[in-house]
Design a protein around this ligand. Structure first.
Ligand SMILES: [Zn+2]
Length: 425
């Protein structure tokens, strides 16, 4: 699609998009201190706004004797109690600010307990999300109007499908939502127009694996970016993407409610989107405050992931933004042994060790139905050798507390996020 037409159309939806984009591009030249100062001002602004217009936040600040001082927003932030998705769902209308915005968008996302969260996102907030993604693309010389593959689940009515078909046409992308051999075959034909691939990490990994196994690598001479979203990018995914497409596996990290939190640069470092979020690492967990969320203030939010952040890092790309070194999985999900419990991060570690030791790329999903037992599904034939090394790796952590059963994982059409651990206890 013509990039000027793209610009005009996107401006109709988001009047502030390109102004914000320009600002974000300029910020790339700031020093770390200047970037911190920018956050300081935006944080003070959102804290005052939340107190003045959100009945929920006013109540919380008053209850905890939090006084918003003009000169120490970071100090104030430390005193605010943590919130989570359940808080956002059960106090939904009170969190929404009583302020008339020119334009808002409705956003919806699912919750852990099955209840879903909906909220209104003001236009500027939405524009920051989009502009942040476009800035990320620019680091890889990608213009968002260029042709792309989009791996996303789709399970919709005919009417919605039609709307999405038009959107995809306008955005110059081919959406993929089934994973049969013939789909992969048709995708992997020589295509000089393909500029980027994005979507569920596990799906892109499947395509890469197919390409390598069937000797269909380097069919995209002008591919500039492969970007995974929404799911943890496992270490062996990166290796496979490199083999298939000759590129790193970039990560766009965030959530509907917390916004775009990070984006990988060409040096494979995921930079914090500091103009939009303040991310803190508290007991290993990512706590996010969104600096643009004026319609529905997201403060001290438990994003739910285990992360590692380097605030002082200097990346060769020159960006002043801190680096999120890893996103290791979800917080709080527990695997039950007969006597003890283990964080589900155990799975990540087990398969990472195997990958490093044996150079074996295994995709997996673990399901727990009974305490002390774990069903581990893997994407290849569970040979005697595989059984032995996987079992041995688990035993290093769990000794005899957990019995492992290994079966074959069938990759099938999916309409939702792939989860590496499912507890049915
Ligand atoms: Zn960088």
């Amino acid at each position: 699609m013509n990039k000027y037409l793209f610009k005009v159309l996107s401006k109709l939806r988001n009047p502030n998009l390109w102004t914000v984009y320009k600002e974000l591009k300029q910020n790339e030249n700031l020093t770390k201190e200047q970037l911190l100062e920018l956050q300081y001002n935006k944080l003070r602004d959102i804290l005052i706004f939340s107190y003045n217009y959100s009945p929920y936040w006013k109540k919380i600040f008053d209850k905890h004797n939090i006084v918003i001082t003009e000169d120490d927003p970071f100090g104030v932030l430390k005193k605010i109690p943590l919130t989570d998705k359940d808080t956002l769902i059960s106090n939904n209308s009170e969190i929404h600010t009583q302020y008339k915005f020119n334009k808002t968008f409705k956003a919806k996302t699912s919750g852990t307990t099955g209840a879903s969260l909906s909220f209104y996102r003001n236009e500027l907030w939405d524009s920051y999300n989009r502009a942040s993604i476009f800035r990320g693309y620019s680091w890889h010389s990608v213009n968002p109007s260029e042709f792309n593959f989009y791996f996303w689940g789709l399970n919709l009515s005919l009417k919605k499908r039609l709307i999405i078909w038009v959107q995809d046409l306008l955005q110059n992308r081919r959406r993929i939502f089934s994973y049969h051999k013939k789909d992969f075959e048709s995708l992997l034909k020589h295509n000089p127009f393909l500029s980027y691939i994005e979507g569920y990490s596990s799906s892109i990994y499947e395509l890469a694996k197919y390409a390598v196994a069937n000797n269909k690598v380097s069919t995209f001479p002008n591919l500039k970016l492969v970007k995974g979203t929404s799911e943890t990018i496992l270490p062996h995914y990166k290796k496979m993407i490199k083999k298939a497409f000759g590129l790193g596996f970039a990560n766009e990290y965030g959530s509907a409610e917390a916004g775009i939190i990070g984006f990988s640069c060409p040096h494979d470092n995921m930079h914090v989107n500091s103009e939009s979020v303040i991310i803190e690492e508290i007991d290993g967990e990512a706590i996010v405050t969104n600096l643009n969320s004026k319609s529905f203030p997201i403060l001290k939010y438990r994003q739910g992931d285990i992360v590692e952040i380097d605030f002082k890092a200097n990346c060769p790309c020159g960006l002043p933004h801190p680096i999120i070194k890893s996103v290791k999985g979800r917080v709080g999900e527990l695997i039950y042994g007969k006597n003890s419990t283990y964080p589900s991060l155990l799975l990540y570690n087990v398969f990472k060790n195997i990958n490093e030791k044996y150079d074996m790329s295994i995709s997996y999903q673990a399901i727990q139905k009974l305490k002390g037992q774990l069903l581990v599904k893997i994407d290849q034939n569970p040979t005697e050798f595989l059984n032995k090394i996987i079992d041995a790796e688990f035993k290093k952590y769990t000794k005899t507390d957990l019995i492992i059963e290994i079966t074959r994982l069938k990759f099938k059409v999916k309409s939702s996020k792939f989860r590496d651990f499912v507890s049915e206890l």
